[in-house]
Design a protein around this ligand. Sequence first.
Ligand SMILES: *Cc1c(COP(=O)(O)O)cnc(C)c1O
Length: 394
Amino acid sequence: MRDFFQEQLEQLRARSLDRHLREISSAQGPEIEIAGRRLINFSSNDYLGLANDLRLREAAIAAIGEFGVGAGASRLISGTQSPHLRLESALAKWKRTEAALCFSSGYAAALGTIPALVGPGDVILLDKLCHASLIDAAKLSGSVLRVFPHNHLGKLESHLAWAQREHAGKRVLIVTESVFSMDGDRAPLRELVELKKHFGALLMLDEAHAVGVIGPNGRGLAAAENVSADVDVQMGTLSKALGASGGYISGSRSLIEWLINRARSFIYSTSPPPAIAAAAQAAIDFLSSPAGEERRLLLWKRIGSMQELLPNNGLNKKGNAANSAIFPWIVGEEQAALDLASGLQGEGFLVPAIRSPTVAKGSARLRVTVTAAHQEQQIRSLCQAIARLSVASL
Ligand SMILES: *Cc1c(COP(=O)(O)O)cnc(C)c1O
């Protein structure tokens, strides 16, 4: 029999689009170990360095002592344990929303939520650069799907007018991210809120790369822009700056009650381990404390250094202040991005090459992420290595 998978893999390889796993034989942190070698890690979303933090570890261990490992059942059966409810009330309090609901991942949060909000006949307007979880969820909902060019308010407005005309009386959901995962830029949130109010649409905001990073106590972009109350559905992840695992939705009590009744990824999946909920809650407690705010400000200091030191190759917009902890360093060709990443690995840095289909073809890039746990000197030497290697490849 023909080995279809082998043939398809060879096609991927010929286009430099094949992907492979690599084994990390250490805990997460600014330095990790791969194949017996220590590398400085500029690839992680652990922006505050909490993934291996003692507070989170101890919270998880204590919860294992009390609740064991597995949750045993889905949330609506018998999988809702005290740590899950404590986490949800901590989340709601931190986000200053009426309620919050946890999912086993951010991906699951998107996949369960969007189809619970809109269905066939309704309309979803999605930013072109939205994360795969939001795209998949939008498709799964069976709604009419329109994509607007990245952050393009004019196009969004004409889509909204079109939806009002052609789908009168139907629900319209705008979906976007506060910080875009592969570009590190921000959505024009205040203007989006104005538009959604004008057209009576719903707004869902994925704060995956903003929570822990942006806004007072890391509450995200909606909090920073003071428009929390106008964002109908706030989504986020516990897996990035919060150092644990899982996703959440926060919003009104009725929204959360509705999701408990209708979000299939919530209903038909075993509850996340209670120890993970306890660890996530420890992260929120930390973020809400003065020490957490200090850690967040340290992250911004590191972001400032990266912004200042990262060389300019002409393809990257530098300039104004950085918007997030994500620095795309666009190279263009897929193979060139792979070569640069492997050159950096040779010099002791782990920086991922991001290729199609994660980003558009021909915009392959290094995705450099900086964390509060990096030393200034590590950032300096990475930037020197990027400058050296990219000159060498011209
Ligand atoms: C990572 C990410 C998710 C998914 O969150 P997980 O907890 O990793 O499943 C969703 N949206 C965006 C924008 C992300 O970057």
